[in-house]
Design a protein around this ligand. Structure first.
Ligand SMILES: NC(=O)C1=CN([C@@H]2O[C@H](COP(=O)(O)OP(=O)(O)OC[C@H]3O[C@@H](n4cnc5c(N)ncnc54)[C@H](OP(=O)(O)O)[C@@H]3O)[C@@H](O)[C@H]2O)C=CC1
Ligand SMILES: O=C(O)C1=N[C@H](C(=O)O)C[C@H](O)C1
Length: 252
């Protein structure tokens, strides 16, 4: 049984992590942190972000599971590095300097960052490489859909899919189109939709002249992300410092 602290605890994902952990026997939540005014989340008392150093020292958790906002994640990573507590973060929307800060923390402690903790996305990533290799010259367009509360665009997962595609071919991204804007050779259109409470949908289309292949992942419940993040926390407990991905967890 590992002991974790949850940051961003009162958000859509943090709350789901605490609820999911309550149904598992390999993890227990020892503290929760959020900027909210709520006193508890799913029965767990919520502490202020500034308390993170003291919480790490008092509870000595095996890992932190973070779904918050980029600025807060960087502060938590620095506190984790100082306390020697591994960090698992699913937060997305980082600027380059914030990514540098996370990598800096990973010199002192294990840090695992994943834009998507659904196992299906790991399978989709492998398929992207295979499709791009098998379908040279086919046009590619990426569409992602999320709930109306999502802050960052395109999604972290969309960027991860584009990174995977970039390992196979050169392209320029174009974000939406309007007016007289025909498709340029070698571009990948990226399309962002925000509506309702869609948990997260990503579709990568490969189109030739007479055929279309679409690779689609649809998360139907946030529990799928929470389960993967908790699996990552179990995996990272006791690991050496370093910067890890969810792919490392899947590979075992
Ligand atoms: N990797 C993955 O599998 C997934 C990643 N995500 C990502 O996780 C992140 C969170 O998503 P979601 O839960 O939907 O977002 P929410 O906005 O619902 O939750 C974020 C929470 O973080 C809190 N917060 C803000 N500032 C701080 C701070 N300084 N310290 C502690 N908590 C703080 C917010 O509080 P307040 O509202 O009061 O500001 C809020 O409760 C996003 O970046 C999202 O893209 C989401 C789903 C899956
Ligand atoms: O904000 C969300 O909800 C999600 N964010 C992640 C992302 O930006 O890729 C993962 C998932 O799609 C849900």
């Amino acid at each position: 049984m590992i002991r974790v602290g949850v940051t961003g605890a009162a958000g859509r994902m943090g709350r789901t992590v605490i609820e999911t952990a309550g149904d598992r026997e390999d993890v227990t939540v020892v503290f929760a942190v959020d900027a909210t005014d709520e006193e508890t989340v799913a029965g767990t008392p919520v502490h202020e972000p500034d308390d993170i150093g003291a919480l790490l020292a008092t509870h000595e958790p095996d890992a932190i599971v973070d779904f918050s906002v980029p600025k807060a994640t960087v502060a938590f990573a620095e506190a984790c590095a100082a306390a020697g507590v591994p960090l698992v973060t699913g937060t997305t929307g980082f600027e380059d300097d914030q990514l540098d800060a996370l990598e800096g923390a990973s010199e002192d402690v294990a840090v695992l960052k994943a834009a998507n903790f659904a196992r299906g996305i790991q399978a989709l990533l492998s398929t992207v490489h295979a499709a791009a290799e098998a379908l040279p010259g086919y046009d590619v367009e990426l569409t992602e859909t999320h709930h109306n509360g999502k802050q960052d665009a395109p999604s972290g997962t969309a960027n991860t899919l584009l990174d995977a595609l970039a390992e196979e071919r050169d392209f320029e991204e174009t974000y939406g189109r309007e007016g007289m804007q025909p498709r340029e050779a070698g571009e990948v259109g990226v399309h962002v939709r925000r509506a309702g409470d869609v948990r997260g949908e990503h579709e990568l289309m490969f189109a030739g002249n007479d055929e279309v292949v679409t690779l689609t992942h649809r998360a139907e419940d946030r529990g799928v992300f929470a389960a993967g993040a908790i699996d990552a926390a179990v995996w990272i407990a006791g690991r050496d410092p370093g910067f890890y991905t969810f792919g490392d967890v899947i590979e075992g």
